[in-house]
Design a protein around this ligand. Sequence first.
Ligand code: TXA
Ligand code: MG
Length: 335
Amino acid sequence: MLTKRLKADKEGIEQAAKILKKGGIVAIPTETVYGLAASAYDENAVKKVFSAKGRPQDNPLIVHIADIDSLNTIAKDIPDSAYKAAKRFWPGPFTMILKRTEKIPASVSAGLDTVAVRMPSDETAREIIKLSVPLAAPSANTSGKPSPTKAQYVIDDLDGKIDAVVISGVCEVGVESTVITLVTNPPRLLRPGAVTAEELREVFPDIVVDGAVLAEPKKGEKVFSPGMKYKHYAPKTETYLVEGNSEQFVQFVNSKENAAAVCFDDEEGKITLPKLCYGTAVDEATLAHSVFSVLRKADDLGVESIFVHAPSKSGVGLAVYNRLIRAAAFRVIKL
Ligand code: TXA
Ligand code: MG
């Protein structure tokens, strides 16, 4: 299949919408990461998304909407708190899991009776949805790889497997949306993102952070979000997440051979190994913005192991930590 390159202009957006309405699959930019979109009402199109990504059949997709009315078409038994959260966090990097209506085919939700819904803030994404239908869209990467934060990464993974890619700039946030479920009581944070746990508590004072956010789900433990069980975002090179202060980290990595470091910007000059910097420790948003592109570049360093300096777990740092611990297959070194 020839994958069309579309611009994020009026013509490109119209073409993307047309392909989607006809049952095709198109990679689109969002403020978090690029998504691989299909009509959420079209079972056959949704199947194509799973197959292009090589996504496990039991991992449900997020439905993207552009107006609040669509929420009532897609979800039912919606609690008041969901509308409150929508008002506060939409449009933006925030996803809610609610009860699913019949309008959404079961395959979108991998057979669950729930549905994940998000209203993105990216203007291109919103225009495409407005001109077509609500879009089921997972991140536009091959399953297991880091989520794509620019169009080139989508092309690297999916060229020839999808109908089109809408080429826009680098995704501003850089990590996927915050996912919460409102089907459980109390509500649960399943995947941290740019809408932070601290902000969520202002709307959901009793929200609990799911155990899978910071640790590998244990055998037999109930998994609320299927995506959390899979190995994710992983470079081919063996990756370790290293916790400690700057001095400890620099000393630790400088004692290693055949290794590389993923470090904070102000550590660059002190590290003697090959290295990639991913932002400043005190500004977690910079780390979120760069983390996936750094993980994609890590294999090019041609070393045996990669040591990543862990961010703090507060604010957006929790989201970065959550992705890194999976990239490191839960190998954490505490200095
Ligand atoms: O920012 C984002 O959320 C991006 C952009 C494209 O919008 N999308 C994204 O989708 O990250 P994906 O498919 O890569 O991640 C969706 C996550 C998975 O962990 C999945 O298991 C979970 O949300 N999920 C989706 N529907 C669910 C449901 N009904 N119940 C539990 N978890 C669900
Ligand atoms: Mg994904």
